[in-house]
Design a protein around this ligand. Structure first.
Ligand SMILES: O=C(O)CCC(=O)C(=O)O
Ligand SMILES: [Fe+2]
Length: 366
């Protein structure tokens, strides 16, 4: 990648293709104290009020800088590095390669909680790990005074829902969700009935005296790729049909229509939704429904298969942070007569983890 100059035109060259950069694009990037606020990096001018016919009157290129005089009288020096950054975006979390895993995954990374963790290089490592595997576990996180709220807000901002800012996961009378019982929970994604679906879930273990109640995780990305390879028709229908997910209690009715496997604009994996107690397929042709039901059965079989699931016990102080658009989670049955089991949960969105990751990258890659 490089920048070239020819007759006061600026070109961007990448892998044999050479394209002119619009002069207005460069004019918008005029920097220095008169154009950009030092602290916030926000523009001090409104580019929509600039004249339309911006041209370059004269220019100079050195190894580090492009110096330009524009026809509206503005003169600026733009760092070449900053121009190139806009094309490669090395800080983008999309550049962190997802590592597919199944039940053979061993030695998952645990990160010890410590003071100032959120500004430490260890947090950068933990967040990288989160984007690679879709989850990370922090050990010895303080269990007093709903510390999960503090934890979540130290990465970004907690995402409040109708369950509250955080929720207590323990067996209780008249529950409005099966999570608040001691029943086993098959692998599921949380809250597919919300719009948008909470991105990241945290579960913090406060007490765990029971022998059951093991936590389970499945990589929805691995399962989706397997389905695509072995059962392309099933994969296709699950990426096409929008299903209605619903939650109802005394005070609210939540509904969202979405595919069980959602793809991005490039046709690549984006998100899975799976919660077979809450999904309602629309009334479509019988033949299509026949295929849809077979597909749902198959994906459920894969999600519930021993081959994909990891199972572990959360100990008091353990905080599991998982990608609710990629992973499925669940738990095994437990017996309330054996003692207490108490987790606290909450959600945060991707802007929290992305913002923190980019901040820490900027801080430690200097
Ligand atoms: O009890 C557990 O380990 C998980 C419960 C659950 O699925 C949830 O709170 O979303
Ligand atoms: Fe859940």
């Amino acid at each position: 990648m490089k920048i070239e100059l020819e007759n006061n035109k600026v070109f961007f060259e990448n892998q044999g293709s050479k394209k002119e950069i619009h002069p207005f694009w460069l004019r918008e990037r005029a920097n220095g104290d008169t154009f950009v606020d030092k602290g916030t990096q926000q523009r001090l001018f409104d580019p929509t009020e600039l004249q339309d016919n911006i041209e370059i009157k004269s220019s100079k290129l050195s190894n580090d800088y492009l110096e330009i005089f524009f026809n509206d009288g503005v003169h600026t020096k733009i760092a070449i590095e900053n121009i190139l950054k806009e094309f490669s975006n090395i800080n983008d979390v999309k550049n962190i390669t997802k590592i597919k895993w199944d039940s053979s995954l061993k030695n998952y990374n645990y990160f010890e909680f410590k003071d100032n963790l959120f500004e430490d290089e260890k947090m950068l490592e933990a967040l990288n790990n989160f984007y690679q595997y879709g989850f990370v576990i922090f050990k010895n996180v303080p269990t007093k005074d709903n510390f999960i709220v503090n934890f979540a807000n130290s990465i970004g901002s907690i995402r409040r829902t109708n369950f509250g800012e955080f929720f207590n996961v323990k067996s209780k009378p008249n529950p409005n969700d099966l999570a608040y019982t001691s029943l086993p929970l098959a692998p599921h994604t949380d809250n597919p009935y919300r719009n948008p679906v909470p991105c990241i879930q945290m579960l913090h273990c406060i007490e765990n005296e029971v022998s059951g109640g093991l936590s389970t995780l499945v990589d929805g990305f691995t399962v989706t790729e397997q389905l695509k390879k072995d059962f392309p028709d099933y994969y296709k229908i699950l990426t096409e049909i929008k299903v209605r997910f619903q939650f109802i209690d005394q005070s609210v009715v939540l509904e969202n229509w979405a595919e069980m496997i959602q793809l991005d604009e490039f046709g690549e994996f984006k998100q899975v939704r799976f919660s077979p107690r809450l999904d309602f397929v629309p009334l479509i042709d019988k033949e299509k429904l026949e295929l849809y039901y077979s597909a749902r059965k198959k994906i459920s079989e894969l999600y519930n298969s021993e081959s994909y699931r990891i199972e572990f016990k959360l100990l008091p102080g353990d905080l599991l942070m998982m990608d609710n658009h990629r992973l499925l989670h669940g738990r095994t049955l437990y017996d309330t007569n054996e003692g207490k089991r108490f987790l606290q949960g909450c959600y945060i969105d991707y802007d929290s983890t992305e913002g923190k990751l980019k901040h820490l990258k900027r801080k430690f890659s200097l």
